[in-house]
Ligand binder design. Structure first.
Ligand code: SAM
Length: 362
């Protein structure tokens, strides 16, 4: 990699593309995204057309075929770890086996790291990932490969998403001690502005089941006529003035407006996850698939903050300098790699003879 080249990322378990989007927003180029099913690959492709796509089960991946890259992003399937998954396993041997198989997909991260040795890796999962019987072995395997690891449980609403969603991020830097990453926590954003009151499929509350009517009445008693409720027994509703709680693949959130209610729209769900308005999904994707893709996604705002911090570790901004080759004068650029690159490109455009070169200080 030359000094000011953009960092490159590979996104395994790429799904609907939340992690890839975060990486792009942090200034990285996502060179490859992999997922075994065609619909997520199509959704990813629509939004990340510059990225190469592999429609591939990662348990069968030939890691030696990956392009050159710097940062491995991976959010292995979480169903085998989450509390919802644990409950399902109690009742079904089949769910048990399926979840065991899904949990095992986390080893793809170790396989990939062993063969390709990226400079850094960022792995996302539910916090219960750490309760996995093999978690200590999994982290030890990454350490043996030379990664200094740090584990962070982050809440998306601390980083700009209107959702209190807690996720574990395991960050590894090759050949370094456990990184200490500086993250900027922001004020929480409420879910209220994400709601389109004139959109969606409203139904009269009076036609809902008695359980739903009771929950809606409870939510309104707690938070007023306009609020959110969730199809979960005993749910007390939430105010529009606070972030929504975890958006899952279950499509269980409803918007309440006086005597009518409806599910969150797909666009509202995307906003709750922190996806920008221009993010789209295939026309062929039904509501169920799209909500599943979004509910499974990594919240881009929190991952963006983290990936930017990781990128800062890989290329400390304090060492960035532009050198004027005519005078030998050095100007330091205390900014992330992508911004420094933009400055260099600007200087080159101002000076088409190419008298400015950029490089890292020795
Ligand atoms: C947590 S979701 C990924 C979310 C995605 N990174 C995002 O931000 O939108 C996990 C993904 O793992 C994928 N997956 C499940 N089993 C897999 C396997 N054997 N190989 C590759 N991907 C798998 C699922 O299709 C799902 O998209």
């Amino acid at each position: 990699m030359t000094d000011f080249e953009q960092l490159r990322a590979v996104d395994l378990f790429a799904g609907w593309g939340g992690f890839s989007l975060a990486a792009e927003q942090a200034g990285l180029r996502v060179v490859l995204a992999a997922n075994p099913w065609s619909l997520p690959v199509e959704a990813h492709q629509l939004n990340h057309p510059e990225t190469a796509h592999e429609c591939q089960d990662l348990r069968q991946m030939d890691w030696s075929s990956l392009p050159e890259y710097d940062v491995l992003l991976a959010s292995p399937a979480c169903q085998g770890h989450s509390s919802a998954g644990r409950a399902a396993r109690k009742f079904s041997i089949q769910a048990n086996k399926r979840h065991d198989a899904l949990r095992a997909t986390a080893w793809a991260v170790v396989d990939c790291a062993e063969v390709t040795r990226p400079r850094a890796l960022v792995v996302e999962n539910v916090p219960e990932f750490r309760d996995w019987d093999l978690y200590d072995l999994w982290t030890e395997a990454l350490r043996r490969l030379g990664y200094g690891l740090v584990e962070l449980v982050l809440t998306a609403s601390d980083f700009g998403a209107p959702q209190r969603r807690r996720r574990l991020f395991v960050v590894g830097i090759l050949g370094a001690d456990a990184p200490s990453l500086e993250l900027t926590v922001r004020d929480e954003r409420p879910i209220g502005p994400c709601i389109d009151w004139d959109e969606g499929d409203w139904r009269p509350v009076s036609r809902a089941s008695s359980a739903v009517q009771r929950r809606i009445a409870d939510a309104q008693a707690n938070h007023g006529p306009r609020c959110l409720s969730q199809h979960v027994s005993g749910h007390r509703g939430i105010s529009l003035d606070e972030p929504i709680r975890t958006v899952t693949t279950q499509d269980g959130w409803v918007v309440v407006d006086g005597d009518r209610y409806r599910p969150l729209t797909v666009r509202e769900t995307a906003r709750a996850m922190g996806f920008p308005e221009e993010y789209i999904w295939p026309e062929s994707a039904g509501r169920r698939d799209t909500i599943r893709g979004l509910g499974n996604a990594v919240c881009p705002p929190v991952a963006r903050e983290l990936i930017a911090a990781v990128a800062g570790e890989l290329a400390p901004s304090a060492q960035r300098e532009v050198v004027d080759v005519n005078t030998g004068r050095r100007v330091s650029l205390p900014m992330p790699a992508d911004e420094a690159q933009a400055v260099v490109e600007h200087l080159s455009a101002v000076d088409p003879n190419g008298d400015y070169v950029a490089r890292l200080a020795a």
